[in-house]
Design a binder for this molecule. Structure first.
Ligand code: NAD
Length: 264
């Protein structure tokens, strides 16, 4: 049997990188697509060319990379073409790219609303559309979308992010039904709180310059609101993504990984 192939969007760092590494360690060849450009203007730095260049595999299987902007149809089609050229086929699409912006409605700009939805919601549609033909010919196809617990319950000052993640779950369910006759399973993971750039550089920035102190401060703060009282890691999310990508009779599920913070 040939090696299975996964394409992971937003995989240059954070949860996406952990998913790419977990899939590679589990026998997949992996294409990581990410912005890889310092031109992206956002309220915290997104992945740079250096981040993308650093992505590699320490396993027998391979991790390759390509530049990808999930908000652009042509770029999505190119990422699928690069994957097929490099590895010959595609079995699993992980739509993980995401951005966050928070703030009260009075000061929240229309441009930021559009960008949050363009990446977190429309990006899933564009990538699914681009990958559909390739996934249809796979005998073991799956899509895993990274939604959020913010897609299950509203959060103050997170109008666009919550809206875009509720949409991600709705898109997941709709695609699960539409793609079932093609034997493509479609599920979502809903992370709780993971100490990536989204939190450390935007939602809960700290004045600490020491990285381990910054991490400790973050973990102390979030543990207080987590019933299991321990932080969640990017690897926890990767475990769930791999499970959903390989569970042959599960489709349309939005699986929460949040230490009990959210139970629906
Ligand atoms: P992150 O910022 O470290 O990673 C997000 C990645 O997406 C970055 O590499 C970024 O460059 C990439 N990206 C952004 N816009 C893109 C675009 N247009 N095209 C391609 N790539 C793009 O943050 P993370 O926490 O690892 O986020 C990964 C996913 O997990 C996101 O969908 C996020 O919404 C979701 N999530 C995160 C948390 C958390 O607590 N960190 C919780 C719930 C859900």
């Amino acid at each position: 049997m040939s090696t299975k192939v996964a394409l992971v969007t937003g995989g240059a760092r954070g949860i996406g990188l952990a998913i790419a590494q977990k899939f590679a360690a589990s026998g997949f060849n992996v294409m990581v697509g990410d912005l890889g450009s310092t031109n992206s203007r956002w309220n915290y730095a997104l992945s740079s060319a250096e981040d993308l260049a650093k992505v590699g595999s320490s396993t027998d299987t391979q991790i390759a990379t390509c530049q990808l902007d999930v908000t652009q149809q042509q770029s999505c089609e190119d990422a699928v073409s690069h994957t097929l050229e490099k590895f010959g086929h595609l079995d699993v699409l992980v739509n993980n790219a995401g951005v966050v912006q928070s703030g009260p409605v009075e000061t929240f700009s229309e441009q930021d609303w559009d960008q949050v939805f363009a990446v977190n919601s429309k990006g899933i549609f564009l990538m699914a559309k681009a990958a559909l033909d390739a996934l249809t010919v796979s005998t073991d196809a799956a899509i895993v979308n990274t939604a959020s617990i913010a897609g299950k319950k509203g959060v103050r000052n997170m109008v666009a992010y919550c809206g875009s993640k509720f949409a991600a779950i709705g898109i997941t369910q709709s695609l699960a039904i539409e793609f079932a006759p093609r034997n493509i399973r479609v599920n979502a993971i809903c992370p709780g709180i993971v100490g990536t750039a989204m939190w450390l550089e935007h939602l809960l920035p700290s004045n600490e310059s020491n990285e381990s102190e910054k991490k400790r401060h973050f973990e102390d703060t979030v543990s207080k609101v987590i019933p299991l009282n321990r932080p969640q890691s990017a690897e926890d999310m990767a475990d769930a993504a791999l499970y959903l990508a390989t569970a042959r009779n599960i489709t349309g599920v939005a699986l929460t990984i949040a230490g009990g913070m959210e139970m629906n």
